[in-house]
Design a binder for this molecule. Structure first.
Ligand SMILES: CC(C)(COP(=O)(O)OP(=O)(O)OC[C@H]1O[C@@H](n2cnc3c(N)ncnc32)[C@H](O)[C@@H]1OP(=O)(O)O)[C@@H](O)C(=O)NCCC(=O)NCCS
Length: 205
């Protein structure tokens, strides 16, 4: 699905989505060891830097298997990795994947992840040829729910007690976004047409 030994770099205005390298381990640790970032995640926060090194090794291994594509989200001004975004459970026969994302706490509220995901979804639909993206989110994760809805995801289902993380049972809300909806939203926003539906990728250049 993605030829070559690495993920391609995808440029947005303020961030670039790029291949993660060993010198990013400390930055990954800073993001994934923060309890606020991991509050509604599917694993507890890292407590030791070697966990971030093992995480990076997993990212590389799954890339080789072509089942998970995880980009670092790097600030364009200094190339510092401030988060990641991911396509996982990539299903090449059914042309679908799940999306995941995490941003360092200090960088919330600036629209950076929205910018990164708009670029990622363009790539997923236009270049990888996927038809459908899915997201599984804790219903209490208001920032993530708002982000998905701003990007045009539709709520498709509620799964009770789907996760058990750090001794806590968590429900999940499932969201889906179809390529035809993404293309239509983009066409409408470029034509300046108000759709009345969820806002589309209007941060696009
Ligand atoms: C989910 C997460 C990525 C959302 O981050 P975020 O910074 O709130 O999301 P956005 O990129 O959409 O930024 C949103 C806000 O930035 C503000 N903003 C500031 N400058 C902006 C700009 N130039 N463009 C757009 N928004 C901007 C806006 O107020 C916007 O909020 P609004 O649209 O409701 O007014 C972040 O909270 C996170 O990493 N959480 C932990 C991990 C997690 O839960 N992952 C998801 C698991 S399902």
């Amino acid at each position: 699905m993605i030829p070559g030994p690495r993920l391609p770099t995808l440029h947005a205005d303020r961030v670039a989505l790029r291949w993660l390298v060993p010198s990013d381990v400390a930055a990954l640790y800073a993001v994934f060891s923060d309890a606020d970032v991991m509050r509604y995640g599917s694993r507890p926060p890292f407590t030791e830097e070697h966990q971030a090194r093992a995480y990076l090794a997993d990212i590389e291994r799954y890339f080789e298997q072509k089942t998970l594509f995880q980009w670092g989200v790097a600030r364009r001004e200094d190339d510092l990795v401030i988060g990641t975004c991911t396509l996982f459970s990539v299903d090449a026969s059914n042309l679908r994947a799940e999306v995941g994302y995490a941003l360092g706490r200090n960088h919330w509220g600036k629209g950076l992840m929205k910018e990164a995901l708009v670029r990622l979804f363009d790539f997923a639909f236009e270049e990888l040829g996927l038809r459908r993206l899915e997201a599984d989110v804790d219903p209490r994760n208001a920032r993530s729910v708002a982000l998905l809805e701003k990007l045009g995801f539709r709520r498709e289902g509620y799964l009770r007690e789907r996760w058990f993380v750090s001794g806590e049972v968590q429900d999940a809300v499932f969201y889906g976004l179809l390529r035809r909806e993404w293309v239509e939203d983009r066409r409408s926003s470029q034509a300046g047409v108000a759709t009345g539906g969820p806002p589309g990728p209007r941060v696009r250049r």
